[in-house]
Design a protein around this ligand. Structure first.
Ligand code: CA
Length: 233
């Protein structure tokens, strides 16, 4: 079964280049040219990933992202946003709305395919996990079920994106140890190069918001990175 990608973009040239490259990499591609039809297609076909352009006719990409993340049936689908360079602020906002990654236009199709593959590989369950489910991890009010990809605070389920879940799991497994932004980028996002520190900061901020009263479990170590508290009562 090939992975199914929904490309949401109104510029035919870009749709063509992106679709061609994804298909060359063995993926199945469908395209929507505006946000409303994208939401409909996503409901029907439940793609493995959505590539979402920021600039769309009608409802824009940010709003589409927000709507995707509001719907229980769609919020688990990872979103990679396409943005233009001038939209620096918007792309950060995009990440706060729940996008998993972004690529700035003009981009190389090869780079885009690599990003897609990285997101898919971290959202897919590893075969080893499926064979031997890891035990639940408990840290104070937090419980994590690594196999089921669920996390709970005081028994209440958290609604985390795949990236937020992996970030939390990584920090908890290394609790008590400071993780630099570069280490987290490498482990969680699969990036081998620095320069995306703000991506980590943005995801940490959103993770803390979702942790609610348990937010202080994730500590900032100024100038170094982040650490999950070890000294839990
Ligand atoms: Ca566009």
């Amino acid at each position: 079964m090939s992975e199914r990608i929904l490309v949401v973009e109104d510029e035919p040239d870009i749709v063509e280049v992106v679709s061609y490259n994804l298909r060359q990499a063995g993926m199945a591609v469908e395209a929507a040219e505006d946000g409303e039809s994208a939401l409909e297609m996503a409901e029907q076909s439940q793609p493995n990933l959505i590539i979402l352009d920021l600039m769309l006719p009608g409802i824009d990409g940010l709003e589409v992202c927000r709507l995707l993340k509001q719907r229980v049936s769609l919020r688990g689908i990872p979103v990679l946003m396409l943005t233009a360079k001038a939209e620096e602020v918007d792309r950060i906002v995009g990440l706060e709305l729940g996008a998993d990654d972004y690529v700035v236009k003009p981009f190389s199709p090869r780079e885009l395919v690599l990003r897609v593959q990285k997101i898919l590989s971290r959202t897919a369950k590893a075969p080893a996990e499926a064979e031997a489910p890891e035990d639940r991890i408990t840290a104070g009010p937090l419980t994590i079920d690594p196999g089921g990809h669920h996390a709970f605070v005081d028994g209440q389920p958290l609604e985390l994106t795949a990236t937020e879940f992996k970030l939390l799991l990584t920090l908890v497994k290394r609790r008590g140890r400071v993780q630099s932004r570069e280490e987290l980028l490498n482990v969680v996002w699969g990036y081998q190069y620095p320069g995306y520190g703000r991506t980590v900061d943005t995801h940490i901020r959103r993770l803390r918001e979702k942790l609610g009263e348990a937010h202080s479990l994730v500590e900032t170590v100024r100038g170094v990175g982040y650490r999950f508290r070890r000294d839990l009562g």
